[in-house]
Design a protein around this ligand. Structure first.
Ligand SMILES: Nc1nc2c(c(=O)[nH]1)N[C@H]1C(S)=C(S)[C@@H](COP(=O)(O)OP(=O)(O)OC[C@H]3O[C@@H](n4cnc5c(=O)[nH]c(N)nc54)[C@H](O)[C@@H]3O)O[C@H]1N2
Ligand SMILES: Nc1nc2c(c(=O)[nH]1)N[C@H]1C(S)=C(S)[C@@H](COP(=O)(O)OP(=O)(O)OC[C@H]3O[C@@H](n4cnc5c(=O)[nH]c(N)nc54)[C@H](O)[C@@H]3O)O[C@H]1N2
Ligand SMILES: [Mo]
Length: 870
């Protein structure tokens, strides 16, 4: 019996940029998606067609395979499409009246009522016009960035910014390089590697490591979890291959993450965000034992003397010995010495996705620069000695194989506004890390920072000064968000929840598929379709297998009254057109007067498939088209070898062209910044942060929080998935039947706290409290606790000092940025207290909050519980 009557193909990565990985087959029957499954390339292609690549090393061969290696999230996506949490129709908060009382204080408290698309778009259009005429366009603030469903035409983020941009302007949220803060704000000043700051010379690194490395340091890296986000399972296979060929895998992390548990030859437990201390001690061992590459340091680097002066203690009287470091990072001195000596004698590379709280905590620019220093002291670029980035893309140099490199965009097809990420910002913009401060800024005051803060700007952009609001502007009166997860993904979420109730904010509009997180605080919500309901176009560039170009069709109809983000914004544009003037023809400008199918064709034409191989009939019929591996890929120079061999003719992008131990750019522009000095240092505490175990605050909040990228979610996505919620590392069901976000606690700490596995616990500091379910395990170092990020907020009391049952720990993250002049986020590696929670006492104290707790352990929220009964 045939179980499906239709099969379509989709790009199911949640990267959002049209490209990603996870080419997936989707079967549906009677209009309903019944199954999502991998694609076997050999249904249409032979190995020869694909120019099948292999890597040979040490008598073994690594093969990409002929079947896609999708992440588990790919196969469970239909549960999101059919989630009970889907927003079915446009909603308006019952006590928000655009012509009367707006009750901003009730955001997040009052319920919603159904309205029609016609009413909703009428209100939106007239609010835009009114706010523009009363306060000016810069009072409309767009939050239009984020990861999310991979769409090109129906891009999940920023379409509304396009509309506002073409009709008079807006204030845009600038997405900071959240994933690689430390590399961006720090490492660039040491070795360039623009624009990311992580090593951008990734060609053939996988091959290089296989052939030449003795060990790979997984320094804050979980290639069994984070590849699930964007790419698939190739990184997992790579780790097995490293074991097969004898490349040692050493994990440096506070926790036994999922790769560490399976693949590691050694785990070096370290307290969160104390890596800088260990790095300095490693440098100390090399300096005092004479085991670094002095010749390389002379010819390839600049300013080493400054660093040596500091490390040996000549500057502050404190030699950075392994014993000194042990006290800060809790790695025993003997182990630091052993690692330093092993490293000096062997070919060692370092692998990251991005680096965990090592790279997203206070002063993250320091460990990032220190890593560059250590690499330089051991002749980075020499075969087997490199820095590998983005293991989550599984690629380790896969961009060498594939004609479409990761990050290949399809610019013509974009409905998304990519300025927020890539840097083409309007004059008025706000760094994402400073949003609460900017919403609440008082008339006549301003918020200030350095740099456009988006991820593609050059190092020198960090020296430009900016402010909000612009002179003469009036601050934020309206927010239009298509990425309503600020409170569970950014820094100081409780401050954001408070800011949303600010009386200056007249209209908070959200477009989203699901009722969760900031959506609960909206005045109006537009129901958005999921990718399975849409025709689109995509490319697979991250799988680490082969590139494919995908002609995406819808697998089921639009659910309920939902529209895609693009379609929703076009509906608003049509209403604006009626006002004429600046709004004339804005809807047709937005669509280019083209149908989705016409956009798909444009996407295909610009996809990178060579013109003579383009065949529209074929791709429409087959659903996808594969590209063969590039000829000659294996001849390309690996990693930073060219700089290693000839630094004068292949300089780094630093002012001196060398790797700078003394960042001359920072020295010129911020000579007196104690938090980011010209030479990277250990910063104990400072004006911006008091988040060390040595700080006064640690008496009340003695643990450092690790807040990893979630094993069972992609950030804020998937928290409602019944298939994963059953897993004990996904949710811990408490005594009251509620599914809590796990909190890992070491048995030594648990015993002191009187906590056992399964207990409901509170994780807290002066910024608030989040609940969790205890998972007592030696998988976490004593002195640290771990709770993944991105759980759905479920406020018992919202705002600063509040209590969140959902376990969205970003609510209690610091709101100050990486350091005074670096606007990065701090979302892990900060101080918290932990105690057992008396849930019954909370229920007595906040009966109303618990009356309106709608969660079931199986699925989390149900949207109907937020609706006012008719
Ligand atoms: N504690 C802690 N916090 C962190 C980090 C950490 O390590 N620890 N890491 C940081 C990093 S690296 C990142 S990238 C960020 C991630 O933060 P984000 O990129 O903001 O998070 P996402 O959940 O991926 O997506 C944003 C929103 O888009 C929504 N969405 C998905 N598809 C669609 C769609 O088609 N249309 C619309 N309108 N919405 C859609 C999702 O539901 C979600 O609300 O978090 C950062 N925050
Ligand atoms: N499943 C899943 N995959 C994802 C994502 C997701 O949300 N879910 N998000 C995607 C995105 S946007 C990004 S940016 C990447 C993020 O990629 P990463 O930055 O690599 O991810 P993290 O989980 O923050 O950290 C990786 C590991 O670092 C270790 N670690 C944590 N804190 C510290 C520390 O202070 N010091 C040291 N030495 N180690 C530490 C932990 O073992 C953790 O497992 O993942 C991507 N992939
Ligand atoms: Mo990220």
């Amino acid at each position: 019996m045939k179980t499906s009557d239709k099969t379509i193909y989709k790009n199911m990565s949640l990267c959002s940029f049209g490209n990603g990985a996870n080419l997936t087959a989707v079967d549906s029957k009677d209009g309903k998606v019944v199954r999502m499954r991998p694609v076997h390339y050999d249904e249409h292609y032979t190995k020869e067609d694909l120019n099948y690549w292999t890597i040979n090393a040490k008598g073994h061969t690594f093969e990409p395979g002929m079947k896609t290696l999708n992440s588990p999230f790919t196969f469970i996506y239909k549960t999101r499409t059919y989630s009970p949490n889907r927003i079915p129709f446009p909603l308006k908060r019952v006590d928000w009246d655009p012509n009367g009382e707006r009750n901003p204080q009730n955001r997040g408290k009052s319920k919603f009522e159904r309205i029609s698309w016609d009413e909703a778009t009428d209100i939106i259009a007239s609010e835009i016009k009114r706010i523009d005429e009363t306060y000016g366009r810069n009072s409309i603030f767009c939050q239009g960035d984020g990861h999310g469903e991979t769409g090109s035409i129906h891009g999940p983020h920023g379409t509304m910014a396009n509309l506002l941009d073409m009709t008079g302007g807006l204030t845009m949220q600038a997405r900071q390089p959240d994933s690689w803060e430390g590399w961006y704000w720090g490492a660039k000043h040491a070795w360039g590697n623009e624009p990311l700051g992580q090593n951008t010379h990734q060609h053939n690194l996988f091959k290089d490591i296989s052939e030449n490395s003795d060990a790979l340091l997984f320094w804050g890296c979980d290639p069994e979890t984070t590849p699930w986000g964007w790419s698939g399972q190739q990184a997992s296979r790579l780790c097995f291959w490293f074991t097969e060929i004898g490349v040692k895998q050493i994990h440096i992390a506070p926790d036994v993450n999922y790769a560490n548990a399976v693949h590691s030859d050694m785990w070096i437990p370290i307290l969160p965000n104390t890596d800088a201390a260990m790095q300095l001690a490693i440098a100390y061992v090399w300096m005092t034992e004479g085991t670094y590459d002095t010749e390389y340091v002379k010819t390839h680097t600049d300013g080493f003397d400054w660093f040596e002066y500091y490390v040996l203690g000549n500057e502050d009287g404190v030699p950075k010995t392994p014993e000194w470091a042990e006290e800060k990072c809790h790695v025993p001195a003997y182990r630091i010495k052993a690692l330093a000596r092993y490293w000096a004698k062997h070919n060692v590379s370092i692998g990251h996705c991005n680096g965990g709280s090592y790279i997203r905590s206070c002063y993250s620019h320091e460990p990032a620069r220190l890593e560059v220093y250590l690499l330089a002291m051991q002749a980075v670029g020499k075969p087997g000695r490199n820095q590998v980035k983005f293991i989550e893309w599984a690629l380790i140099g896969m961009d060498s194989f594939n004609p479409l490199p990761p990050g290949h965009f399809l610019p013509e097809v974009r409905a998304c506004y990519h300025g927020s990420v890539l840097g083409e910002l309007p004059a008025s913009f706000i760094p994402k890390t400073l949003v609460p401060q900017c919403i609440t800024v008082k008339e006549g005051e301003k918020v200030e920072w350095y740099g456009h803060t988006t991820s593609r700007h050059h190092r020198t952009d960090q020296f430009k000064h900016f402010q909000f609001p612009q002179d003469g502007d009036h601050g934020i009166k309206m927010i239009w968000s298509d990425s309503p997860c600020w409170s569970t993904c950014w820094n100081g979420g409780n401050e954001f929840q408070d800011a949303l109730t600010n009386p200056n904010l007249e209209f908070f509009l959200v477009e989203h598929p699901w009722m969760e997180n900031d959506t609960l605080f909206a005045d109006m919500i537009l129901p958005i379709s999921t990718t399975l309901e849409l025709d689109d176009f995509g490319v697979d560039t991250y799988s680490g297998q082969f590139n494919s170009v995908i002609w995406e069709e819808h697998a089921c109809d639009h659910q309920y009254e939902s529209l895609s983000d693009y379609e929703a914004v076009v509906e608003v544009a049509k209403k604006l057109e009626k006002f004429g003037g600046i709004y004339e023809d804005c809807a047709s400008h937005l669509t280019g007067d083209m149908t989705v199918e016409e956009w798909q064709e444009i996407g295909y034409r610009g996809s990178g498939i060579p013109e003579d191989e383009q065949d529209l009939e074929l791709i429409k019929k087959q659903g996808y088209q594969m590209l063969p591996t590039r000829e000659g890929w294996d001849k390309e120079p690996a990693g930073m070898i060219e700089f290693y061999e000839d630094p004068d003719n292949n300089p780094m992008e630093t002012p001196t062209g060398k790797i700078e131990f003394y960042s001359t750019g920072l020295a010129n522009f911020f000579p007196d910044d104690p938090e980011r000095q010209p030479v990277a240092k250990w910063i104990e505490e400072s004006e911006s942060h008091h988040e060390r175990i040595s700080c006064e605050r640690a008496k009340d909040y003695p643990f450092l929080l690790v807040s990893n990228h979630p094993r069972w979610r992609i950030h804020a996505n998937f928290d409602d998935c019944p298939w994963t919620r059953e897993i004990e590392t996904c949710k811990v069901v408490g005594e009251d039947g509620y599914a809590y976000e796990p909190v890992w606690i070491n048995p030594v700490d648990a015993e002191k706290l009187g906590i056992k596995s399964g207990d409901i616990v509170e994780v807290f500091n002066e910024r608030g409290t989040v609940l969790g379910g205890a998972y007592v395990s030696e998988r976490i170092i004593p002195g640290a606790v771990l709770q993944d990020h991105g759980a759905e907020t479920d406020p018992i009391v919202s705002g600063v000092g509040g209590i969140d049952r959902g376990g969205a720990n970003n609510l209690i993250a610091p709101s100050n940025t990486s350091s005074k002049n670096a606007a990065g986020e701090v979302t892990g590696g900060y101080l918290v207290g932990v105690r057992k929670c008396d849930i019954n006492a909370l229920k007595e104290k906040y009966p109303e909050a618990f009356d309106t707790q709608y969660y079931t352990a199986e699925t989390g929220t149900n949207v109907y519980d937020y609706l006012q009964e008719a």
